[in-house]
Each structure stands twice: as C-alpha cells, then as structure tokens.
Design a protein around this ligand. Structure first.
Ligand SMILES: [Cu+2]
Length: 140
C-alpha cells in the first residue's frame, strides 16, 4: 500500500521529465495518477489486464433434444465463451473442434468454459445420442 504510490510517483515523475522536462506540474500529475491507478491494480488477475465477461451460450435439452432447435451462436475469435448445457437426460456434451467433452447428469447443467482461439464453425453434440444441440461460429 505504501510502496505502490511511491513507485507510481517515481514513474510519473520520470514521464514528466522525459516528455516535457516539466517543472512545477509534476505534483499535479503525480496525484491524479495515484488516484486512477489505485482503483485498478487491486484486482489479482495476472493473465488478464481487465475482467472480461464471457459470452454464455445456453442450451436446454428436453427429451434428449435441444429446446427450440439447435442453438446457434457466433462469437469473435479470442472471446471467452461459457457453454452451459442443461439436460434432462444423462449424456456427454461434446464441443467439436476444441474437442472438449463433459458428462452431464440428467436434470443438471454442465458448463464448459473456454477461449475461442480457433476460428471456424463447430458442432456441439450430445455425444451418446449423436444429436447436435449447438452450432458455434468463431469469427476470425
Ligand atoms: Cu461429438
């Protein structure tokens, strides 16, 4: 807590000197910088700079078939996606392409979280029944 503002003040001071050889506005920029940065670095995410909301693809399986038909969804490459499948039958949810499989118990929801790093169009299948329940497009 005490080290951080000092480090920032040093950083800002360095910037001010580098950019405009600044003389008396060093103090003002130092305080604003401390305020803005103080709110953000408290989050402990190390890999992501910002908390990113995943796109949730929700599929409800009734009598072994997707309710309302095959669920179609398009996301952008790099997006975080959560595939949430609620099923009234026990089976295995299989996301093709990414090749992720998760068992689902009857009456339960299984969540498959992944990052859409691979562009293309992918089938989501109830593997045991061989029934397509979802159609995911990842746009490059
Ligand atoms: Cu499959």
């Amino acid at each position: 807590m005490t080290v951080l503002p000092a480090a920032i003040a040093l950083l800002v001071g360095g910037f001010a000197l580098a950019s405009c050889g600044g003389h008396d506005n060093g103090d003002a920029s130092a305080t604003t910088a401390t305020e803005t940065t103080a709110t953000e670095p408290t989050t402990t995410t190390t890999t992501e700079p910002k908390v990113e909301k995943p796109t949730v693809v929700r599929i409800v399986v009734v009598n072994g078939a997707p309710e309302g038909g095959i669920v179609r969804k398009s996301v952008d490459k790099g997006d975080r996606v959560v595939l949430a499948v609620t099923s009234d039958v026990a089976d295995e949810v299989h996301l093709h392409g990414y090749d992720i499989s998760r068992d689902v118990e009857a009456g339960r929801t299984v969540r498959i979280a992944f990052r859409a790093t691979l562009p293309g169009r992918f089938e989501v299948e109830l593997e045991g029944r061989g029934i397509q329940i979802g159609d995911l497009t990842v746009q490059a």
